[in-house]
Design a protein. Structure first.
Length: 248
């Protein structure tokens, strides 16, 4: 059992993570370790997180829709391309041992830190306008696998694929990102649910927070204060990664 304070903190963490995920990516680098620290084993935390991901992206998609930014047939096509990989990734996630999952998660989170320490390469000036449609298919398949397996930082990968490989503007890319993530997460959640790796109480609490954060991030398209958030995350994620890797 968890006390009331745990649920309150998880809800607040969810708001922050939802806003970060929709605005850029990397919010799951907070929520997944938070669930593990609340006593869930990695597979259970990974499955529970998916409730929040679904809630966040439904909320953000509706918010984008209200702002007249709607999913297209191309969005659906990109989403469907991620599903085979996401199913394989989820199956791998429920089969891998907790020890190896924690090690991989620790390494991934250090990679997230490195990406945050360098100036963002994702801006409008970086897009050369060249499209690499041939490479988008294996890229989305791989992104689906990664998202189904670990989720953390998948938003950065989707942005890189759509913005740099296809030349899609960042606002539309962000809308596509939340729809793609929503679509591939549905079968992933089912796999975790059928394998008994979902905690509904914590998952619903976290989902309420991510839905709130995702709604306002999509509606306001927040950009100011992003550097502060990123450097704040560097410290938090470094501590979590070191803990997962057994440094202390």
């Amino acid at each position: 059992m968890h006390d009331v304070l745990s649920y309150v903190v998880l809800f607040l963490v969810g708001i922050l993570a939802g806003a970060i995920n929709v605005t850029a990516g990397g919010g799951s680098s907070i929520t997944l370790p938070a669930l593990i620290f609340l006593g869930l084993d990695p597979a259970l935390a990974n499955g529970t997180l998916r409730i929040a991901i679904i809630s966040q992206n439904i909320s953000a998609s509706l918010s984008f829709h209200k702002e007249q930014l709607k999913a297209s047939r191309e969005t659906l096509k990109y989403s469907l391309l991620t599903i085979p990989g996401s199913i394989l990734g989820a199956v791998f996630a429920v089969k891998i041992s907790d020890v190896w999952f924690e090690r991989i998660l620790g390494v991934v989170m250090i990679g997230v830190i490195i990406s945050l320490l360098f100036p963002s390469l994702i801006n409008d000036r970086d897009s050369s306008g060249k499209k690499h449609t041939l490479f988008i298919y294996p890229a989305l398949l791989a992104i689906g696998f990664y998202g189904g397996f670990i989720q953390v930082g998948v938003g950065f990968l989707i942005i890189a694929a759509l913005h740099h490989m296809l030349g899609i503007d960042l606002v539309t890319t962000n809308m596509n990102k939340v729809v793609i993530t929503l679509v591939y997460t549905l079968p992933v959640f089912l796999i975790f649910l059928l394998s008994g790796n979902v905690n509904w109480g914590l998952g619903i609490c976290l989902a309420a927070g991510t839905a709130t954060g995702g709604w306002w991030a999509a509606k306001l398209s927040v950009r100011k204060g992003e550097k502060f958030i990123k450097y704040f995350l560097v410290v938090a994620i470094l501590i979590i990664a070191m803990k997962l890797l057994g440094v202390f």
